[in-house]
Design a protein around this ligand. Structure first.
Ligand code: Q0Z
Length: 292
Protein backbone atom coordinates (compact mmCIF):
# COMPACT_ATOMS: atom_id res chain seq x y z
CA UNK A 1 0.00 0.00 0.00
CA UNK A 2 2.92 2.38 -0.51
CA UNK A 3 2.26 5.48 -2.49
CA UNK A 4 4.45 7.96 -4.30
CA UNK A 5 3.29 11.55 -4.13
CA UNK A 6 4.54 13.90 -6.83
CA UNK A 7 4.51 17.55 -5.91
CA UNK A 8 2.66 19.52 -8.59
CA UNK A 9 2.05 23.00 -7.19
CA UNK A 10 2.63 25.31 -4.25
CA UNK A 11 0.19 27.98 -3.17
CA UNK A 12 1.09 30.63 -0.63
CA UNK A 13 -0.10 28.43 2.21
CA UNK A 14 -0.96 25.08 0.54
CA UNK A 15 0.69 22.30 -1.44
CA UNK A 16 -0.73 20.07 -4.14
CA UNK A 17 0.48 16.53 -4.96
CA UNK A 18 -0.51 13.90 -7.50
CA UNK A 19 -1.57 10.55 -6.02
CA UNK A 20 -2.40 8.92 -9.40
CA UNK A 21 -4.09 9.85 -12.71
CA UNK A 22 -7.44 10.41 -11.04
CA UNK A 23 -6.51 11.77 -7.63
CA UNK A 24 -4.73 14.73 -6.03
CA UNK A 25 -3.69 15.39 -2.44
CA UNK A 26 -4.29 18.94 -1.22
CA UNK A 27 -2.29 19.74 1.91
CA UNK A 28 -3.09 22.84 3.99
CA UNK A 29 -0.07 24.13 5.91
CA UNK A 30 -0.11 26.25 9.07
CA UNK A 31 1.36 29.21 7.19
CA UNK A 32 -0.53 32.49 7.37
CA UNK A 33 -0.43 35.48 5.07
CA UNK A 34 -1.34 39.05 5.82
CA UNK A 35 -1.30 42.02 3.45
CA UNK A 36 -0.40 39.37 0.81
CA UNK A 37 2.86 38.39 2.54
CA UNK A 38 3.41 34.93 4.09
CA UNK A 39 4.77 35.38 7.61
CA UNK A 40 7.72 33.40 9.01
CA UNK A 41 5.67 32.25 12.05
CA UNK A 42 3.07 29.48 11.69
CA UNK A 43 -0.33 29.24 13.45
CA UNK A 44 -0.55 25.70 14.88
CA UNK A 45 -3.55 23.74 13.50
CA UNK A 46 -4.58 26.45 11.03
CA UNK A 47 -4.30 23.96 8.14
CA UNK A 48 -6.46 21.44 10.03
CA UNK A 49 -9.12 24.06 10.77
CA UNK A 50 -9.31 25.04 7.10
CA UNK A 51 -9.33 21.44 5.87
CA UNK A 52 -12.08 20.48 8.33
CA UNK A 53 -14.18 23.52 7.48
CA UNK A 54 -13.94 22.87 3.74
CA UNK A 55 -14.97 19.25 4.32
CA UNK A 56 -17.91 20.42 6.45
CA UNK A 57 -19.21 22.63 3.64
CA UNK A 58 -18.58 20.00 0.96
CA UNK A 59 -20.57 17.43 2.93
CA UNK A 60 -23.44 19.84 3.54
CA UNK A 61 -23.72 21.37 0.06
CA UNK A 62 -23.57 18.11 -1.86
CA UNK A 63 -27.21 18.45 -2.90
CA UNK A 64 -26.47 21.89 -4.37
CA UNK A 65 -23.34 20.87 -6.27
CA UNK A 66 -21.01 17.90 -6.64
CA UNK A 67 -17.53 18.44 -5.16
CA UNK A 68 -14.03 17.06 -5.53
CA UNK A 69 -13.57 15.67 -2.00
CA UNK A 70 -12.89 11.91 -1.83
CA UNK A 71 -11.66 11.68 1.75
CA UNK A 72 -9.62 13.18 4.56
CA UNK A 73 -6.29 11.78 5.75
CA UNK A 74 -5.83 11.05 9.48
CA UNK A 75 -3.48 14.07 9.79
CA UNK A 76 -6.55 16.31 9.38
CA UNK A 77 -4.77 18.65 6.96
CA UNK A 78 -4.73 16.55 3.78
CA UNK A 79 -7.66 16.04 1.43
CA UNK A 80 -7.81 13.43 -1.30
CA UNK A 81 -9.54 15.00 -4.28
CA UNK A 82 -10.83 14.01 -7.69
CA UNK A 83 -8.63 15.43 -10.40
CA UNK A 84 -10.62 17.80 -12.61
CA UNK A 85 -10.23 20.12 -15.55
CA UNK A 86 -10.29 23.44 -13.71
CA UNK A 87 -12.24 26.41 -15.11
CA UNK A 88 -10.04 29.51 -15.61
CA UNK A 89 -12.26 31.67 -13.37
CA UNK A 90 -12.24 32.79 -9.76
CA UNK A 91 -15.92 32.62 -8.84
CA UNK A 92 -16.38 35.38 -6.28
CA UNK A 93 -19.72 36.02 -4.58
CA UNK A 94 -20.23 39.17 -2.52
CA UNK A 95 -22.97 39.71 0.03
CA UNK A 96 -21.35 42.85 1.51
CA UNK A 97 -19.35 45.72 0.05
CA UNK A 98 -15.68 45.18 0.93
CA UNK A 99 -12.25 44.85 -0.64
CA UNK A 100 -12.07 45.36 -4.41
CA UNK A 101 -15.89 45.48 -4.60
CA UNK A 102 -15.89 48.57 -2.36
CA UNK A 103 -12.95 50.10 -4.28
CA UNK A 104 -14.70 49.63 -7.65
CA UNK A 105 -17.97 50.98 -6.26
CA UNK A 106 -16.33 54.14 -4.88
CA UNK A 107 -14.69 54.84 -8.25
CA UNK A 108 -17.54 53.90 -10.60
CA UNK A 109 -20.75 53.15 -8.67
CA UNK A 110 -20.49 49.63 -10.09
CA UNK A 111 -18.60 46.45 -9.47
CA UNK A 112 -17.81 43.95 -12.24
CA UNK A 113 -19.95 46.00 -14.61
CA UNK A 114 -23.04 45.81 -12.36
CA UNK A 115 -24.60 49.07 -11.20
CA UNK A 116 -25.32 49.17 -7.47
CA UNK A 117 -27.65 51.51 -5.55
CA UNK A 118 -26.19 54.96 -4.79
CA UNK A 119 -25.14 55.90 -1.28
CA UNK A 120 -23.85 52.54 -0.04
CA UNK A 121 -21.29 52.62 2.78
CA UNK A 122 -18.17 50.52 3.12
CA UNK A 123 -19.15 47.04 4.45
CA UNK A 124 -22.87 47.60 3.76
CA UNK A 125 -24.92 44.52 3.02
CA UNK A 126 -25.84 44.40 -0.67
CA UNK A 127 -29.53 44.30 -1.67
CA UNK A 128 -28.78 40.77 -2.87
CA UNK A 129 -25.59 38.72 -3.27
CA UNK A 130 -23.76 39.33 -6.54
CA UNK A 131 -21.45 37.15 -8.62
CA UNK A 132 -18.23 39.03 -9.49
CA UNK A 133 -15.88 36.68 -11.36
CA UNK A 134 -12.19 37.41 -11.74
CA UNK A 135 -9.37 35.96 -13.77
CA UNK A 136 -6.69 33.82 -12.14
CA UNK A 137 -3.59 35.96 -12.17
CA UNK A 138 -0.34 33.97 -12.23
CA UNK A 139 1.40 36.91 -10.59
CA UNK A 140 -0.07 39.72 -8.54
CA UNK A 141 -3.79 40.18 -7.99
CA UNK A 142 -6.77 38.57 -9.67
CA UNK A 143 -8.48 41.00 -12.01
CA UNK A 144 -12.22 41.63 -11.81
CA UNK A 145 -13.96 41.05 -15.14
CA UNK A 146 -17.51 41.57 -16.35
CA UNK A 147 -20.00 38.84 -17.24
CA UNK A 148 -19.22 39.09 -20.96
CA UNK A 149 -15.50 38.56 -20.45
CA UNK A 150 -16.14 35.68 -18.04
CA UNK A 151 -18.58 34.02 -20.44
CA UNK A 152 -15.99 34.30 -23.20
CA UNK A 153 -13.56 32.29 -21.01
CA UNK A 154 -15.83 29.33 -20.24
CA UNK A 155 -18.77 29.61 -22.66
CA UNK A 156 -22.22 31.17 -22.11
CA UNK A 157 -23.90 28.02 -20.87
CA UNK A 158 -21.19 27.09 -18.38
CA UNK A 159 -21.03 30.69 -17.18
CA UNK A 160 -24.75 30.71 -16.39
CA UNK A 161 -24.40 27.40 -14.52
CA UNK A 162 -21.40 28.58 -12.50
CA UNK A 163 -23.07 31.87 -11.55
CA UNK A 164 -26.27 30.20 -10.38
CA UNK A 165 -24.37 27.49 -8.46
CA UNK A 166 -21.97 29.93 -6.78
CA UNK A 167 -24.89 32.13 -5.66
CA UNK A 168 -26.77 29.12 -4.25
CA UNK A 169 -23.68 27.94 -2.36
CA UNK A 170 -23.09 31.41 -0.93
CA UNK A 171 -26.73 31.88 0.15
CA UNK A 172 -26.72 28.51 1.90
CA UNK A 173 -23.43 29.13 3.72
CA UNK A 174 -24.09 32.80 4.59
CA UNK A 175 -27.42 31.91 6.14
CA UNK A 176 -25.91 29.02 8.12
CA UNK A 177 -23.01 31.19 9.30
CA UNK A 178 -25.09 34.26 10.20
CA UNK A 179 -27.29 32.10 12.43
CA UNK A 180 -24.05 31.18 14.27
CA UNK A 181 -22.67 34.71 14.63
CA UNK A 182 -20.37 34.89 11.60
CA UNK A 183 -20.99 37.05 8.54
CA UNK A 184 -19.48 35.77 5.30
CA UNK A 185 -18.89 39.08 3.54
CA UNK A 186 -17.63 37.44 0.35
CA UNK A 187 -16.11 34.19 -0.82
CA UNK A 188 -14.23 32.71 -3.74
CA UNK A 189 -15.14 29.35 -5.27
CA UNK A 190 -13.19 27.37 -7.81
CA UNK A 191 -14.93 24.89 -10.05
CA UNK A 192 -13.75 22.11 -12.31
CA UNK A 193 -15.38 19.83 -14.84
CA UNK A 194 -15.24 16.02 -14.58
CA UNK A 195 -14.88 13.46 -17.38
CA UNK A 196 -18.68 13.47 -17.91
CA UNK A 197 -18.78 17.26 -18.30
CA UNK A 198 -20.42 17.81 -14.90
CA UNK A 199 -19.61 20.94 -12.90
CA UNK A 200 -17.74 20.10 -9.67
CA UNK A 201 -16.87 22.38 -6.74
CA UNK A 202 -13.12 22.10 -6.06
CA UNK A 203 -10.23 23.56 -4.11
CA UNK A 204 -11.04 24.88 -0.61
CA UNK A 205 -14.54 26.16 0.05
CA UNK A 206 -15.90 28.74 2.47
CA UNK A 207 -12.81 28.92 4.67
CA UNK A 208 -11.44 32.10 6.24
CA UNK A 209 -8.62 32.02 3.64
CA UNK A 210 -11.04 31.99 0.70
CA UNK A 211 -13.59 34.32 2.32
CA UNK A 212 -13.98 37.38 4.53
CA UNK A 213 -15.43 36.23 7.86
CA UNK A 214 -16.67 39.00 10.16
CA UNK A 215 -17.90 38.67 13.76
CA UNK A 216 -21.63 39.49 13.52
CA UNK A 217 -21.75 41.10 16.96
CA UNK A 218 -19.20 43.74 15.93
CA UNK A 219 -20.73 44.53 12.54
CA UNK A 220 -20.88 48.32 11.96
CA UNK A 221 -21.20 49.41 8.33
CA UNK A 222 -19.46 52.69 7.40
CA UNK A 223 -15.88 51.45 7.64
CA UNK A 224 -13.70 48.38 7.42
CA UNK A 225 -14.75 45.44 9.64
CA UNK A 226 -12.44 43.44 11.91
CA UNK A 227 -11.43 40.07 10.45
CA UNK A 228 -12.76 37.12 12.47
CA UNK A 229 -9.47 35.21 12.14
CA UNK A 230 -6.63 37.59 11.28
CA UNK A 231 -7.35 40.72 13.28
CA UNK A 232 -4.71 40.08 15.99
CA UNK A 233 -2.11 39.50 13.27
CA UNK A 234 -3.10 42.66 11.40
CA UNK A 235 -3.17 44.79 14.55
CA UNK A 236 0.23 43.50 15.62
CA UNK A 237 1.74 44.11 12.15
CA UNK A 238 0.23 47.63 12.05
CA UNK A 239 1.68 48.37 15.51
CA UNK A 240 5.19 47.66 14.15
CA UNK A 241 4.96 50.14 11.30
CA UNK A 242 6.05 47.31 8.95
CA UNK A 243 5.99 48.43 5.29
CA UNK A 244 4.06 45.29 4.20
CA UNK A 245 6.77 44.03 1.88
CA UNK A 246 8.46 40.63 2.32
CA UNK A 247 9.85 39.39 4.60
CA UNK A 248 7.08 39.82 7.14
CA UNK A 249 7.67 39.99 10.90
CA UNK A 250 7.83 37.06 13.33
CA UNK A 251 4.71 36.90 15.51
CA UNK A 252 4.97 36.87 19.32
CA UNK A 253 3.51 33.91 21.26
CA UNK A 254 0.41 35.76 22.47
CA UNK A 255 -0.55 36.77 18.91
CA UNK A 256 -0.02 33.16 17.75
CA UNK A 257 -2.12 31.76 20.61
CA UNK A 258 -4.90 34.34 20.16
CA UNK A 259 -5.03 33.72 16.42
CA UNK A 260 -5.08 29.94 16.81
CA UNK A 261 -7.97 30.31 19.26
CA UNK A 262 -9.91 32.41 16.73
CA UNK A 263 -9.50 29.78 14.01
CA UNK A 264 -10.67 27.04 16.37
CA UNK A 265 -13.57 29.26 17.50
CA UNK A 266 -14.64 29.79 13.88
CA UNK A 267 -14.48 26.03 13.29
CA UNK A 268 -16.56 25.16 16.35
CA UNK A 269 -19.05 28.00 15.91
CA UNK A 270 -19.71 27.13 12.26
CA UNK A 271 -19.70 23.34 12.49
CA UNK A 272 -21.05 22.73 16.00
CA UNK A 273 -18.34 20.04 16.25
CA UNK A 274 -15.58 20.17 18.89
CA UNK A 275 -12.19 20.67 17.25
CA UNK A 276 -10.76 17.87 19.45
CA UNK A 277 -13.33 15.50 17.92
CA UNK A 278 -12.12 16.50 14.48
CA UNK A 279 -8.50 15.83 15.45
CA UNK A 280 -9.44 12.38 16.79
CA UNK A 281 -11.18 11.41 13.53
CA UNK A 282 -11.25 13.96 10.69
CA UNK A 283 -13.80 11.97 8.68
CA UNK A 284 -16.52 12.74 11.26
CA UNK A 285 -16.98 15.88 9.15
CA UNK A 286 -18.40 13.68 6.42
CA UNK A 287 -20.64 11.55 8.62
CA UNK A 288 -22.28 13.70 11.30
CA UNK A 289 -24.89 16.40 10.91
CA UNK A 290 -22.90 18.60 13.28
CA UNK A 291 -23.96 19.71 16.72
CA UNK A 292 -25.24 23.19 15.88
C1 Q0Z B 1 -6.23 23.28 -7.52
C2 Q0Z B 1 -3.96 24.91 -5.69
C3 Q0Z B 1 -1.69 24.77 -4.90
C4 Q0Z B 1 -3.42 23.94 -3.56
C5 Q0Z B 1 -5.04 22.89 -9.30
N1 Q0Z B 1 -9.56 18.86 -7.89
C6 Q0Z B 1 -8.61 19.51 -8.64
N2 Q0Z B 1 -8.34 19.07 -9.88
C7 Q0Z B 1 -7.40 19.69 -10.61
N3 Q0Z B 1 -6.70 20.74 -10.20
C8 Q0Z B 1 -6.91 21.25 -8.97
C9 Q0Z B 1 -7.89 20.65 -8.14
CL1 Q0Z B 1 -8.25 21.19 -6.58
C10 Q0Z B 1 -6.12 22.42 -8.58
N4 Q0Z B 1 -5.24 24.19 -7.62
C11 Q0Z B 1 -4.97 25.32 -6.72
C12 Q0Z B 1 -2.61 25.15 -5.88
C13 Q0Z B 1 -2.08 24.19 -3.74
C14 Q0Z B 1 -4.34 24.32 -4.52
F1 Q0Z B 1 -0.41 24.97 -5.09
N5 Q0Z B 1 -4.52 23.98 -8.69
Amino acid sequence: MSETLVHVASGKVRELFTIDDERLLLVASDRISTFDVVLPTEIPDKGRVLTGLSAFWFARTHELCRNHLLGLRPDGRSSECRRLEMLPLECVVRGYLAGSGWKDYQQTGSTSGRALPAGLLESDRLPEPIFTPSTKATTGHDENIDAGQAAALVGEERYAEVEETALELYRFAAEHAAARGILIADTKFEFGVDETGALVLADEALTPDSSRFWPADEYRPGGAQPSFDKQYVRDYCESLGWDKTAPGPELPDDVVAGTRARYVEAFEQLTGIAFDEYLRDPEIMLRTGGGA
